[in-house]
Design a protein around this ligand. Sequence first.
Ligand code: CP3
Length: 344
Amino acid sequence: MSKIFIDACFGKKTPYTPVWMMRQAGRYLPEYMKVREEAGDFLSLCHDPKRACEVTLQPVDILGVDAAILFSDILVVPNEMGMELDFVKGEGPVFAKPIRDEKALDGLLGGKEAARKLEYVYETIRLIKERLPDDKALIGFTGSPWTLATYMVEGQGSKSYSIVKKEVYANPEFMHKLLAKVTEVLKYYLEMQIEAGAEVVQIFDSWASALEKSKYFEFSWNYMKEIASYIKSKYPHIPIIMFPKGIAIYLDEIDGDFDVFGVDWSTPMAVAKKHLGDRYVLQGNMEPCRLYSKEATKECVTSIANTMKEGRHIFNLGHGILPDVPVENAKYFVKLCQEVSKRD
Ligand code: CP3
């Protein structure tokens, strides 16, 4: 059976433009909060395939999105490489012992061995595939090597990224060694997700905008491209979505072996279309805070639909949905995207 989401990723004509939302399984859904409470905490939920499967399917049932995204977190990878991880209330993720020298880096598990430790993720995928309706697609994902490295070196989220950028400028060989090690794990990680049943993969580069242009290509995009080429050479039928957040100014130089470019909310869709629309299908890009207002949602969806009326598009937000968005507004967004884009 051909799936509308997969067809759209490859730029084929579809009856309407499919839609999903980054972070669609999460705290804005009371059903999610209930399962998270049963699990104990967020990381326990990630480690529990049955419950992770359940929350993955919630937005498909409740909102009617065209694709499910695996419920997990980008930080389970450094966690399984050997870094102790904690989600601290109000502060977000914290690695108690950041990686700041070669000795610490050498102590981390790498390659296939690290990827194999994420078996609970692959089991979650297998469970989801048993229950996901045939017409919906399952998206697997990873963080980009750079975005993961920011957490691994800083130890937590950052405003200035000065600790990790100090390594970029003062100790570039160390940074490249770290990024290469993470890249190798991520190739196997995505491969194992695909073998378990993921039908699309997205690479999240959430902190792309922390780097100036030349450093961005050297320390982030090149590693993302390496992962994409590896996956494409083995699984040409699996669409790859790249989502680097906050790099509108470099769009003209984006290249690589992938299918869909995720446009963040700060980039006008028309600008992305001009630079990339011929080469890649575009995903996005409503500003997530518009979801607080149905009127603001409608204005934006209509405008994006108009810009992308020839197709080669997947509706999404331009970053993750926020925890206090009314569920009703999220439903409205999904339905509206599917309706305004209907074609014969
Ligand atoms: O999209 C989905 O629905 C799938 C699940 C998913 C989560 N995190 C669940 C989650 C995905 C794809 C992610 C990716 C992720 N995680 C990114 C990249 C995407 C982005 O938003 O930029 C990043 C940077 C992270 C790291 C991370 N995880 C942070 C900074 C936080 C804390 C911030 C917050 O929102 O609380 C998390 C926790 C997290 N990951 C939650 C969820 C549902 C909230 C945890 C909870 O239930 O309290």
